[in-house]
Design a protein around this ligand. Structure first.
Ligand code: PHE
Length: 448
C-alpha cells in the first residue's frame, strides 16, 4: 500500500474534478442528441427525474465506498467485505469497473479526436492549407490514429502528474473555460433567426411519450453514463476527498452541475438546429425525427457554421474546443481508474503506470479504428449499455447487502454533523438496498 495517497486540496477542487468527469461528450453531445431523437422535452423531463431519483443515490454509493476504503475500486470494495466470498465478489465488481473505464476511454478517445480535428479545421483553412484542412475532417484511418493519439497524449500528460497537480489543477482550469464558452455560444445562437422555434421544441413536452419504454431506457442509460457510474471512477475520486467534507451535499452539487450543463447544452444544440433549418440546412431525418448522433454534430452544425461567413470559423472552433475540453476532463478520470489500481495493488510508480496503461488503451483504440464501422458501436454498447448499469447495480448491492449498516452510517456522518435529522439519512440506506438495484435491474432486463 502506498504511504502517501493523493487528496484533493479543497472542496472546490473536488467538485471541479468530479463535475469534470461527469460533464463530457455525454452532456454536450449525448444529451441533446438523445433529446432530439426521443421527442424533445418529454425526454428532458424523464431524464431530470431519473438523474435525481436513481443516478444520484447510486452516485452517492460509489463516493461513499471510495471514501470509506481510501483506495482504488477493488481495494475499497474489499475493505467492506467480511468473507472470502465477499472479497472475490468485490474483486469481480471493482475490476469489471476498471475494465469498463478502460473500454470507454478506448472509444471515447476516438470521438474526442474527431472533436480536436474539427476544432483545427477552421484554423487550417485560415492558414491557407486547405488540403490539410480537408484531410483532418475525413474519416481516414491515419487521421483517426493521429488525433486519438494526440488526445491520449494529453490525457496521459495530466494523469502522470497525479491528483492535485494533474486532475485537480486541470479541472479547475478547464471547467470554467467550458462553462464560459458554452454560455457565450448560447447567447450567440439566441440572437439568430429560428432559435425561438428550437427553444419551443426543446422545452414543450409531449407528455404522452413520457412512459415509452425506449425513452425510459435511453434516459436512464444517459443519466448513468453522465455521472460516470459503474466504472470505478467515482469510487477512486471519492477516495481522494477529505473525511472533513460533507459528501451528501457535495454529491448533490456535482449532480446538479452535471444535469445543468446537459440542460444548457440542449439549450445550445436544439435551437442551433432550428437556426440551421432557417438557413436551409435539412435537420429532419427520413423518419421525421430530428437528425441526431454524429450527423448532428458533424453535418448539421458545421453546415450551420458555414452559413455564418468568416465569423462561423470562429464559432466552429469555439464549439469544438468546448467539446474537446469536456472530453478531456472526463477522459482523465477514466484513466485514473485503472492507474490507481495498478499503482496501489502492484506498487508500480505512477508515471510509469500511467504511460503503460495509456498506451495499452491507445492500442485498443487502434484496434477499434481498424474496423470502425463495427467495433466502435460494439465497444460503446458493451461498456455503456451493459457494463455501466450492471456494475453500478452491483455497487448498490454491495452497499446495501454486504457493507455493515453501522459503518455506512458512520461514513455518512463524517464531515456532516447534522445529518441524522436529514431525509438522506432516513431514506438513502434502504433506498440503495432495495429500490436502486431493483429499478436498475428492471430497466436493464427490459432493454435486453
Ligand atoms: N460522464 C462522462 C460524459 O458524460 C463520460 C464518462 C463515463 C466519464 C464513464 C467517466 C466514466 O461524457
Amino acid at each position: 500500500m502506498s504511504v502517501s495517497r493523493g487528496e484533493f486540496s479543497s472542496r472546490l477542487g473536488f467538485i471541479m474534478a468530479a463535475a469534470g468527469s461527469a460533464v463530457g461528450l455525454g452532456n454536450i453531445w449525448g444529451f441533446p442528441t438523445q433529446t432530439a431523437s426521443n421527442g424533445g422535452a418529454a425526454f428532458v423531463l424523464v431524464y431530470l427525474v431519473l438523474a435525481f431519483t436513481l443516478a444520484y443515490p447510486a452516485f452517492m454509493a460509489e463516493l461513499l465506498i471510495g471514501r470509506y476504503g481510501q483506495a482504488n475500486a477493488v481495494t475499497s470494495l474489499q475493505k467492506m467485505s467480511r468473507t472470502a466470498f465477499h472479497k472475490r465478489f468485490a474483486f469481480l465488481v471493482g475490476f469489471s469497473g476498471i475494465i469498463c473505464a478502460a473500454l470507454i476511454l478506448s472509444f471515447y478517445g476516438i470521438i474526442a479526436g474527431w472533436m480536436m480535428s474539427y476544432a483545427l479545421e477552421p484554423v487550417l483553412n485560415i492558414a491557407g492549407v486547405s488540403n490539410t484542412a480537408e484531410w483532418v475532417v475525413t474519416q481516414s484511418t491515419s487521421r483517426n490514429v493521429l488525433f486519438t493519439g494526440l488526445f491520449m497524449f494529453l490525457t496521459i500528460f495530466i494523469i502522470r502528474r497525479g491528483v492535485e497537480d494533474g486532475i485537480e489543477k486541470w479541472s479547475k482550469r478547464l471547467m470554467p473555460m467550458l462553462i464560459t464558452i458554452l454560455v457565450l455560444l448560447i447567447g450567440y445562437v439566441f440572437t439568430l433567426e429560428g432559435a425561438s422555434e428550437g427553444l419551443l421544441a426543446y422545452l414543450n413536452p409531449d407528455i404522452s411519450r413520457v412512459l415509452e419504454p425506449n425513452l425510459l431506457i435511453s434516459a436512464l442509460g444517459q443519466a448513468f453514463f453522465s455521472l460516470s457510474l459503474g466504472t470505478s471512477v467515482m469510487i477512486i475520486y471519492g477516495s481522494y476527498i477529505s473525511k472533513k467534507e460533507n459528501l451528501v451535499t457535495i454529491g448533490a452539487q456535482v449532480t446538479l452541475i452535471d444535469v445543468s450543463i446537459a440542460f444548457l447544452a440542449g439549450l445550445l444544440i436544439i435551437p442551433a438546429m432550428y437556426v440551421a433549418q432557417a438557413q436551409g440546412v435539412a435537420i429532419f431525418a427520413e423518419n421525421g425525427s430530428l437528425i441526431s448522433g454524429s450527423g448532428l454534430v458533424f453535418t448539421v452544425l458545421p453546415a450551420l457554421f458555414d452559413t455564418m461567413g468568416a465569423g462561423g470559423l470562429f464559432v466552429a472552433t469555439a464549439f469544438f474546443i468546448l467539446m474537446t475540453i469536456a472530453a478531456l476532463t472526463s477522459s482523465i478520470s477514466m484513466l485514473e481508474g485503472p492507474v490507481s489500481f495498478v499503482v496501489e495493488r502492484h506498487n508500480v510508480e505512477r508515471k510509469k503506470a500511467t504511460t503503460i496503461i495509456g498506451i495499452l488503451i491507445f492500442l485498443i483504440s487502434i484496434g477499434i479504428i481498424s474496423n470502425i464501422g463495427v467495433m466502435l458501436d460494439f465497444v460503446a454498447t458493451l461498456a455503456t449499455e451493459y457494463g455501466q448499469p450492471l456494475i453500478a447495480m452491483l455497487c448498490c448491492v454491495f452497499v446495501g447487502w454486504i457493507w455493515h449498516r453501522n459503518e455506512i452510517l458512520q461514513e455518512i456522518k463524517q464531515g456532516n454533523d447534522n445529518v441524522e435529522t436529514s431525509f438522506f439519512w432516513m431514506v438513502w440506506p434502504w433506498y440503495t438496498k432495495f429500490v436502486c438495484p431493483t429499478a436498475i435491474a428492471i430497466v436493464f432486463i427490459h432493454s435486453l
